[in-house]
Design a protein around this ligand. Structure first.
Ligand code: BGC
Length: 723
């Protein structure tokens, strides 16, 4: 069955050819703008009482605000973070909380664009009900390094999967007549030295990987805005990067919306000429460049004058195409909390990945009598990732573990748990079992509890945040020792991982089962319990590689880890000479890197177990599509993800995911699936365009990126084309 994703408002708007019509209307409005009006939309001011910001008249406490221009019927722009829901902002807004989706990597694990569309539509509706009309969502940086502090916010290490999923999420958000961003453009692959690290990469590698994810996401989601990143790319800050913004985005991809900066990412006025259209949270930068300074430059320099009109035209195009003027977002709108939490729970149920299940240890036996739950604040809630994307329900965090010094930034960046206790959920679902809880602080006590129980379930956490990378992939605070000791004491030990991304598992062989539950959102506890007891059949598949060791990574040590003082605080950031070389792996990141090097992962990309079993076969491939069958060979209904990979070209290993489809099947049922193959996935970027060589291309079905079926070889015709 083909995927049917409703088009976003940007593409569909109020009538036919809205984008072209909106652009025309925008140009007409610009022609009526007075000089003073031309620098109203070109900057937003931080709209929180922190870091020099305040909540302006007519604004809502949030990331940014630009006032309305009533004379021209232009609405104020009211911005909020982010991809996982309306950001909580430490409760500053005082309008209750919002529904927290599971983390990006959990959403990636669903491989389900329809669900991400619904999830996007849900968070967009909450943003709108709270009075916001711009959502700083659409995080789609490829997971080049599993230690990246923002891995939890992103979707996948693969450009096709990332692009399809982010496009669906953006389209969902924008279906509420609000603008979504896609971010952080581009190559924002590490947090270490994030404000200044210079990414060195060949154009071909960038076009075939990180940029391709953005390109597909923009095509599918039509975001009104692109947020440029903090880092440098080839020597220039991403928000001051003529090549990225003018050449790639606006010329080659013909992008009609506007580029907004990340907060504190604007180095000067020249960014206007290099493609930036809006300075965000402008008081955080060294100066408000896109106000009076820009107006003055436009008076004396025609290049700035032309750009100023273009900046306004682009912002207005996004406003009109999404109907922000016709459907104003005002605070106090109705929110169906129950329905929205149901969506968050569905994402969690589909996003949890069953990594290990020795002898069918899961689901828990119906008659299980005694269970020991250990660690991870499982008696209180589930972990969430910190930073600008932090979302909470009405009561705010259930648990806060301080992480760094005081002050606003310290409060913001702390380990916070949603009120959704796996312990309570499990007790509700297993009323006849005795379920004990041990904090897990003392190994001896956890071991005693584990010995008394039929099953021990250890909840292990790894907190992550924007602004910092993980130094390695171990579980912090002695949790590896805790798990090893509990597993030693009770062979029926199950580990539930609440992590930002991959971790090492030195205790793996001793455990009975392992679930990757990521940061599972507002109803994470219920979703985990539902999978543990088998009410939900796990169907998540990894959207990134779990490496077997740090040596397997292109950069065993993150560049700058020993030199740059990491910080969340952009105002305290210093410029550095730090650079990182992505040409080590080029476009072959994650599973592609492992394929190239002949390395085996701890758990490969695409991997995930089910309480059912599946068989795929009958692969047929031509230049533009693939078809195959999927059969449920198990005893209960379940879902799997059919994955088609290019595996070699002219006999040389070259692995790329070229198509996928999540399929739900009753026991014994079979389905034929066809997926389109985007020619860019077969091509190399060469001579300013995409090139397919006349070669033999071998394709295979994969249970995951390493478990591949018999290859089918197709001779492709040579082809070269421009974007
Ligand atoms: C983050 C962005 C976010 C912005 C506004 C920045 O620190 O990198 O993702 O949208 O803050 O809060």
């Amino acid at each position: 069955m083909a995927l049917v994703i409703p088009l976003s408002a940007f593409a569909q708007g109020d009538g036919p050819s809205t984008l072209a019509a909106s652009e025309k209307r925008a140009a007409e409005t610009v022609s009526r703008m007075e000089d003073a009006e031309k620098t109203v939309l070109t900057k937003t001011m931080l709209a929180v009482p922190l870091m020099g910001g305040s909540v302006p008249e007519g604004g809502v406490a949030g990331a940014g605000f630009a006032p309305a221009i009533p004379r021209l019927g232009i609405p104020a722009l009211k911005e909020t973070d982010a991809s996982l829901g309306v950001a909580y902002l430490m409760g500053l807004r005082n309008d209750g909380g919002a529904t927290a989706l599971p983390s990006g990597v959990a959403m990636g694990s669903t491989w389900n664009p329809e669900l991400l569309y619904r999830a996007g539509a849900m968070i967009g509706s909450e943003a709108r009900a709270k009075g916001f009309n711009v959502m700083l969502a659409g995080g789609v940086n490829l997971m080049r390094d599993p230690r990246n502090g923002r891995t939890f916010e992103y979707l996948s290490e693969d450009p096709l999967q990332s692009g399809i999923l982010v496009g669906a999420s953006i389209a969902g958000i924008q279906s509420n007549h609000i603008i979504s961003t896609i971010k952080h453009f581009a190559l924002n692959g590490q947090e270490t030295g994030r404000f200044s690290v210079d990414v060195r990469v060949s154009e071909a590698a960038a076009r075939e990987s990180d940029l391709l994810a953005f390109q597909i996401g923009i095509e599918r989601g039509q975001p009104g805005s692109v947020m440029c990143a903090y880092n440098k790319v080839l020597g220039h800050k991403a928000c001051d990067n003529d090549w990225l913004l003018n050449t790639v985005l606006k010329k080659d991809w013909r992008y009609k919306g506007y580029v907004m900066s990340d907060w504190g990412a604007v180095p000067g006025l020249s960014t206007a000429l290099n493609g930036l259209d809006q300075q965000s949270g402008a008081q955080i930068d060294k100066a408000v460049y896109f106000g009076d300074m820009l107006a003055k430059a436009a008076k004396s320099d025609p290049a700035y004058a032309v750009r100023l009109d273009d900046m306004n035209k682009r912002i207005l195009t996004a406003i009109y195409a999404n109907g922000l003027d016709k459907y104003p977002a005002t605070p106090g709108g109705a929110i169906d909390r129950k329905a929205n939490a149901d969506i968050a729970e569905e994402v969690a149920r589909q996003g949890v990945v069953l990594l290990r299940n020795r002898g069918g240890a899961l689901p828990l036996a119906a008659g299980v009598k005694r269970v020991a739950i250990i660690g991870g604040y499982a008696d209180r809630g589930v972990l969430s990732g910190a930073g600008s994307s932090q979302v909470h329900g009405d009561k705010g965090p259930e648990v806060i573990v301080p992480k760094q010094g005081g002050g606003p930034v310290g409060d913001f960046i702390s380990e916070q748990y949603h009120e959704s206790s796996p312990l309570k959920a499990l007790r509700a679902k297993l009323p006849n079992a005795t379920i004990a809880y041990s904090e897990g602080r003392y190994i001896s006590e956890a071991v005693t509890q584990a010995k008394l129980a039929d099953v021990a379930i250890v909840f292990a956490t790894q907190w992550a945040s924007e602004g910092f990378d993980q130094p390695d992939l171990s579980l912090p605070s002695g949790q590896d020792a805790l798990i090893a000791a509990v597993a030693e004491a009770n062979p029926n030990t199950i580990v539930v991982l609440e992590t930002g991304g991959p971790v090492m598992m030195p205790w793996l062989d001793k455990t009975a089962a392992v679930l990757a539950a990521w940061y599972p959102g507002a109803r994470g506890g219920e979703a985990i319990a539902s999978i543990l007891i088998g009410e939900t059949n796990p169907s998540g598949r990894l959207p990134l590689t779990f490496p077997a060791s740090l040596d397997q990574l292109p950069r065993p040590v993150i560049d700058g880890a020993s030199e740059v003082a990491e910080s969340f605080d952009v105002m305290a950031a210093q410029d550095s000479k730090l650079s990182t070389n992505y040409d080590v792996e080029g476009s072959d990141l994650g599973y592609r890197w492992n394929a190239r090097r002949g390395q085996k992962a701890l758990f490969p990309f695409g991997f995930g177990l089910s309480y059912a079993s599946f068989a795929t076969g009958d692969l047929k491939v031509n230049a533009t599509s693939a078809s195959f069958t999927v059969r449920n060979t198990g005893k209960r209904a379940g879902a799997t993800v059919g994955q088609v990979y290019l595996v070699s070209r002219n006999g040389e290993i070259k692995q790329r995911l070229v198509g996928f489809q999540r399929v739900s099947l009753e026991a014994g049922a079979q389905q034929k699936v066809s997926v389109a193959i985007d020619p860019r996935l077969l091509a190399d970027w060469r001579d300013g365009g995409w090139s397919i060589a006349a070669d033999d291309y071998a394709f295979a079905l994969g249970d995951d990126a390493e478990t591949l079926g018999k290859p089918v070889t197709v001779r492709m015709k040579a082809k070269h084309w421009k974007d």
